[in-house]
Design a protein around this ligand. Structure first.
Ligand code: NDP
Length: 248
């Protein structure tokens, strides 16, 4: 899916899991990928891996729950490269508890990291994207945001919020060549899900039409399409990549 222009892409939460796979995929597709997360070491390792594969990447350390720092980091990337084409808002956390026991702090932390950060980053990215009359924003949500999940009131609300946010950015920026979509993963094998007991993983697989948990590459493939030059008529949509678990 290589395009003629060297697109500059920011991937948040690129230090591991789904974000790392997205970064590797976008680099393989010929983008310059800016790797963002809080921990510098894993980002430097990933940069080296991308470069060893013949790709191009740089590192931007930022905490996405710090709105000022996040906006400044995005603006700096656009300034350094003279452009910003792709933004993947992938950084996310969970702080699960039944709603009746959920603290305000855990609500705020999850909503700030998963939802507010996507708004702040997309707002900062919109200006350089509009200037270049090209932009691809992808927000990584979750099937929890589509159908709810017991113990995840904060997370499901934040992920559902990404759908309304994305449709609004799609409507506001469509005429400027900027698209905004959601990729909603189901159960994917990452650090976030590896602590689930084997019995639960087995039960989850039974609910999935293709009878397995997803891989990070399954998600990266959907992001690769939604961020490609050829996806210019694709906006305000949610691609659910869950092996046929929800089919909503
Ligand atoms: P991981 O826990 O494996 O990785 C999370 C990433 O986000 C890390 O790179 C982490 O980097 C980064 N991150 C977390 N908080 C911050 C922060 N405040 N500032 C900057 N970066 C941050 O998660 P996954 O790869 O599993 O999940 C990635 C996305 O996919 C999330 O949005 C998640 O909600 C979503 N998702 C995952 C599913 C799954 O089954 N795994 C299912 C559905 C959705 P660092 O700690 O270095 O800052």
């Amino acid at each position: 899916m290589a395009d003629s222009i060297k697109r500059v892409a920011i991937v948040t939460g690129a230090s591991r899991g789904i974000g790392k796979a997205i970064a590797l995929r976008l680099a393989r597709d010929g983008r310059h990928v800016v790797l963002m997360a809080r921990s510098e070491g894993p980002l430097n390792d990933l940069k080296a891996q991308i470069e060893a594969n013949g790709g191009s990447a740089s590192v931007a350390v930022a905490d996405v729950s710090d709105a000022k720092a996040l906006a400044a980091a995005i603006e700096k990337v656009a300034e350094q490269h003279g452009r910003l084409d792709i933004l993947v808002n992938n950084a996310g956390i969970t702080k699960d508890n039944l709603a009746l026991r959920m603290s305000d702090e855990d609500w705020d932390a999850v909503v700030d990291t998963n939802l507010k950060s996507a708004f702040v980053a997309s707002r900062a990215a919109a200006r350089p994207m509009m200037k270049g009359r090209f932009g691809r924003i992808v927000n990584i949500a979750s099937t929890s945001g589509l159908v709810g999940n017991a113990g995840q009131a904060n997370y499901a609300a934040a992920k559902a919020g990404l759908l309304g946010l994305s449709k609004t950015f799609a409507r506001e920026l469509g005429s400027k060549g900027v698209t905004c979509n959601v990729v909603a993963p189901g159960y994917i094998q990452t650090d976030m899900t590896e602590n689930l007991p084997e019995e639960i993983k087995g039960k989850i697989s039974e609910m999935i039409a293709v009878k397995r948990l997803g891989t990070v590459e399954d998600i990266a493939a959907a992001v690769a399409y939604a961020t490609s030059d050829e996806a210019g008529f694709f906006t305000g949509q949610t691609i659910t990549v869950d092996g046929g678990m929800t089919m909503v």
